[in-house]
Design a protein around this ligand. Structure first.
Ligand SMILES: *Cc1c(COP(=O)(O)O)cnc(C)c1O
Length: 410
């Protein structure tokens, strides 16, 4: 591997923490509490019809108009996320999945065409194959490692959205986002990126992304107690299109969720610093084990798209994949998972706690005839999320698990 991939070279974790201490705090001149209150409300009272008309014209600003259009707690969170993503406007929505589907509905229309990476988050794929198809929008899946000429050939006059997710869910391909932006913009399409893994360590708008998505459920909330998403744009015209769709769809985020996420954000820098470093320790340990065919961690050489990670990222998250040798069965991996005591079994990630999730068999692939591209990726696999526990404890747990894996396969 090239250096300790968990430590950002520029824009490091302490820079992030310095920002997170200040972002999204109330700016009142009156002395008061450090933090903003949880502001709950539906109706906003106006002094006159004139005041009501004037405020209603501000629906593209973060003005308090009506509860469903967003309140003051949400506005502070939006300000913080926009700063972390390096964008101009953020819209917080009810879940990370809503943050994926809402811009698709905003920027696609009937008869339109969407390009999706084969490695995309499963529920986003389902939305394309079900809801978008029903609305007369066609989706083509592309190899996330596709080259420029091949991608260019997939673009149609009707292509309105090129979607990316880097690294990909479960298989962790890091995409060449700069190239994707060139191709998308060359054909008048928008580039939408699910940047959940890359929070802070990938600055989407510096690489030509038009719309960046965050599942705030993951590291920003950070405590496995909130479901929330964010959509960020840098261009004013894109913001008008997005915001109109959000209002029409009635996308709303509860103030308690927004407040909890603001609270989680304060420690995100120190959590990420520890978790990404521990994840690298665990990933390197796994890579040296005889049961393991390969570790899919963007900061490790040999992981798909590692060269783009080196070029574009300033650090890494604490979520990666491990593929076992093909002599081990999926059933034996399930026995291993059952034997783990520190790692929990569960969906989602980005919380303080470590998790594993068996992935082979649940991953859909259609762009590549042979399924997952590479034979060394075709064994049973686990997605590993490293939390705040010590790497020693995590490694001891995995060591016990691997013993069970071997025994179950003997
Ligand atoms: C979890 C996740 C989502 C969805 O977020 P939810 O808040 O769980 O709906 C979207 N994209 C990626 C990459 C995710 O990991």
């Amino acid at each position: 591997m090239s250096g300790d991939g968990s430590v950002p070279a520029k824009g490091g974790w302490s820079t992030l923490t310095d920002k997170l201490v200040r972002l999204g705090r109330p700016s009142g001149t009156e002395p008061g509490f450090v933090n903003a209150p949880v502001s709950r409300g539906s109706t906003v009272l106006y002094e006159s019809m004139d005041a009501m008309r004037a405020r209603s014209a501000q629906r593209y600003e973060h003005e308090l108009i009506y509860g469903a259009m967003g309140g003051p707690t949400q506005a502070l969170l939006e300000e913080a996320i926009a700063a972390i993503e390096g964008g101009r406007h953020t819209q917080v929505v009810s879940s990370g999945l809503a943050a994926c589907t809402t811009p698709l509905l905003a920027f696609l229309g009937a008869g339109g065409h969407c390009l999706m990476p084969d490695s995309v988050y499963g529920p986003t794929r389902r939305f394309c194959d079900s809801m978008l198809r029903r609305l007369g929008i066609e989706t083509t899946y592309y190899d996330p490692m596709i080259g420029e000429a091949a991608l260019d050939a997939l673009m149609r006059p009707t292509t309105q959205v090129l979607f990316a997710e880097s690294p990909g869910s479960h298989s962790f391909e890091v995409q060449d986002v700069g190239m994707l932006a060139r191709v998308a913009h060359g054909h008048g399409a928008k580039l939408i990126l699910d940047n959940t893994w890359g929070i802070h360590v990938f600055q989407p708008f510096e690489h030509g992304v038009d719309v960046s998505i965050q599942a705030l459920t993951k590291y920003p909330a950070g405590h496995a107690d909130v479901v929330l998403g964010a959509i960020t744009v840098v261009d004013q015209a894109d913001w008008v299109v997005l915001r109109d769709s959000v209002v029409q769809l009635g996308q709303y985020a509860g103030p308690d969720e927004c407040w909890l996420t603001l609270r989680g954000l304060r420690t995100m820098g120190v959590r990420l610093e520890r978790q990404s470093r521990s994840a690298m320790t665990v990933a390197l340990w796994l890579q040296a084990r005889p049961e393991v065919a390969r570790v899919l961690h963007p900061a490790l050489s040999g992981s798909p798209g590692h060269e783009f990670w080196l070029r574009d990222f300033t650090g890494s998250a604490s979520l990666f994949g491990v593929v076992f040798r093909r002599e081990f069965t999926a059933a034996a991996v399930e026995d291993m998972v059952a034997a783990l005591g520190v790692f929990g079994l569960g969906a989602s990630w980005g919380g303080y706690e470590s998790l594993v999730l068996p992935t082979t068999g649940t991953v859909s692939r259609t762009a590549l005839a042979q399924g997952i591209r590479d034979p060394s990726m075709s064994g049973p696999a686990l997605r590993v999320h490293v939390g705040l526990e010590s790497p020693d404890e995590l490694i001891a747990d995995l060591e016990g698990g691997l013993e069970v894996l071997r025994a179950a396969s003997a």
